[in-house]
Design a protein around this ligand. Structure first.
Ligand code: ADP
Length: 152
């Protein structure tokens, strides 16, 4: 049984995340979508809303569960008996950033990180851009799954 944790802020979830999660199902038997709680970070959407968006988006997927966690991602993986972390890579900047985290996680707890490359048409999408478009009343609906679209 290969269980992976896909950690993130999901503020909000985008179709970029969805692609990586759906493709991850070809690699893993189970994926836990894990919303990391960081008390110092300011979010656009409340934790309960971000969680609801994830739950509604994947409500028909029995191999996907949604959880929240505090503290180190590797500690959460251990508690959930997940041997893998799933992450998406959009560009070289993601790679630079992710590499050091992945190496640290492996050294700490031998948790292997598996990266999937986003497809070309989704590599430009980030939650940051979605939030900017939302704040400025632009059309963000093509960037997010339907539960977030229905928000307004
Ligand atoms: P974090 O707060 O850790 O940056 P995010 O919610 O922004 O969390 O992202 C979680 C994961 O989703 C990361 O691995 C990130 O690289 C990946 N991701 C985000 N947007 C995309 C995208 N458009 N294509 C592929 N992967 C993505």
């Amino acid at each position: 049984m290969k269980r992976a944790v896909f950690p993130g802020s999901f503020d909000p979830i985008t179709i970029g995340h969805c692609e990586i999660i759906e493709r991850g199902l070809d690699v893993f038997d189970e994926i836990i979508l894990a919303i990391g709680i960081n008390a110092d970070k300011k979010y656009m959407f409340e934790l309960s809303e971000r969680k609801k968006f994830l739950e509604e988006t994947f409500k028909n997927h029995s191999k996907i569960t949604v959880k929240t966690y505090q503290g180190l991602t590797v500690d959460f993986c251990k508690a959930e008996k997940a041997g893998f972390i799933l992450r998406g890579l959009r560009n070289i900047l993601d790679l630079e950033f992710e590499r050091s985290i992945a190496e640290t996680n492996f050294k700490m707890e031998q948790i292997e990180t598996v990266f999937l490359l986003s497809s070309g048409d989704k590599a430009h999408i980030s939650s940051t851009i979605v939030r900017d478009v939302m704040r400025n009343n632009g059309d963000y609906k093509f960037l997010v799954p339907s539960p977030v679209r229905k928000k307004s």
